[in-house]
Structures are given as C-alpha cells and as structure tokens.
Design a protein around this ligand. Structure first.
Ligand code: SF4
Length: 226
C-alpha cells in the first residue's frame, strides 16, 4: 500500500481547525476511566457523561462505595445504556477486582513496565489493548497513541493502512504506519486521540461518511475513490 498523502500532524491540525480544541477527557483517574467504559452499554458520550455524573453523585466511584451500593441503584445509573443490569454487574465486577487485586488504587500499577500495566488494566471488563492504551494515555502514564474504533476508521480511510478482517491486526497495522510520525508529548497525543474520535463520530461515520463536508477530503484515499 502507498503511504498516505497527508502526514499525521497535518491531519490532526486540519481536524482541530475544523472542530476547535477537543473536550478534555472525562477523568484522569484510571479506575474512573475503567468505570466510564462500562457504565452505560452502547450509550452516546452525552448519555454516558450523565450516567457517570449520576454514579458520582449518588454512590461514588471508590470500589468500597460501589460494593456497598444496592444493585438497583447501580442499574439506575446505567439506564443511559441499553442494558442497565449488565452495566450494574460490570460495575460490581470492576469494584471487586480493584478492591481485591489492586488494594482499591490503580495508580501504582500504572508505574509498572508497559506490558505489566496493560495486563493489569485488561483484567477489567471491556478493556482490551486499545482500552488499556487509552487509559495509559489519558492518565499520562505512557505516551502511547491510543485509538478508538472511530479514530482507527479515519486513519484507514485516509490511507495509513488497509482495514483487515481482524480488528487487532488493523489496529497494529495503523500503529506501525503512524509510529514514526507521532508527537512525543502527552498534550499532542491526547489532542490527536480526541480529535480523531470526534471526526469518526461526526463526519467520518461508519456508514455514509460525510466526505463533502470533511476538512481532510483532499488528502483522503477513500474520498478519491468514491
Ligand atoms: S473524506 Fe470522507 S472518508 Fe475521508 S476522512 Fe473525510 S469523511 Fe472520512
């Protein structure tokens, strides 16, 4: 595959010109970020934020607080998603793992070598390699270019790598393709993560991307082909 015709930094700069400065991450605490991923199944960011705020106000995000809560109260905070009972079970599971295996504090495990830190985070529900990398980035523990599915789709369409049948294979191909072009500082990496995600949600949607409105269409492989 030919290299992308736009550089990674130019792509992110154009996205920022279009969308403005991205919103800050929902939290910088690793346990809260694990909870954020699990609190409301298949909910929008807005609904997820509402569920997260409800949990913080009514129960709290400490493992001991979640373990002491009634199942119905946990399910009430997960109502923003489509499976509140499943979300409640996941919150209990997160709290149990954090309490029993990490003494209720994930910060110390983030200081361990990268493979060990990722392995620890992947003990939690819904956290695979991409999720673990996102938490390591947003907590400023390791300067890794975490990508969610939206960001990954944007980079594939622009032309950094070809999408594979296997998500992990695509993720690694894209990571390899952008590796040499990545900024090294946390602010730039977090900005790129947030903007690529926003672009995948708003214009470069999974089906029917809105290419005519896209600020990066001139450097995009997908737009050239359609
Ligand atoms: S031109 Fe279309 S496919 Fe390319 S990045 Fe923009 S929205 Fe996505």
């Amino acid at each position: 595959m030919k290299p992308a015709t736009v550089t990674f930094s130019k792509l992110v700069d154009k996205l920022q010109q279009h969308y403005g400065c991205p919103a800050p991450p929902p939290s910088t605490d690793p346990l809260e970020l694990v909870i954020w991923e699990n609190i409301a199944y298949l909910a929008s960011d807005k609904r997820r934020a509402e569920a997260f705020a409800t949990l913080k106000q009514t129960i709290g995000t400490r493992p001991e607080q979640i373990l002491a809560a009634k199942h119905s109260a946990l399910a009430a905070s997960g109502k923003a998603g489509i499976l509140p009972d499943v979300s409640a079970e996941k919150l209990l599971s997160i709290a149990k793992i954090a309490f029993e295996e990490f003494d209720s504090d994930l910060r110390s495990v983030l200081k361990t070598p990268l493979p060990q830190a990722k392995k620890a985070l992947k003990r939690f529900p819904s956290i695979g390699d991409p999720g673990a990398e996102k938490i390591l980035l947003l907590t400023r523990s390791y300067p890794v270019m975490a990508l969610d599915s939206n960001g990954l789709r944007v980079l594939c369409r622009v032309g950094f790598a070809e999408e594979q049948k296997n998500y992990s294979a695509t993720y690694r191909l894209v990571q390899d393709a952008i590796h040499e072009q990545l900024p090294r500082d946390y602010d730039s990496l977090i900005r790129a993560h947030q903007l690529l995600r926003q672009h995948g949600q708003e214009l470069c949607k999974r089906s029917k991307p809105l290419c005519t409105q896209c600020p990066v269409r001139e450097g995009c492989d997908y737009a050239r082909k359609v």
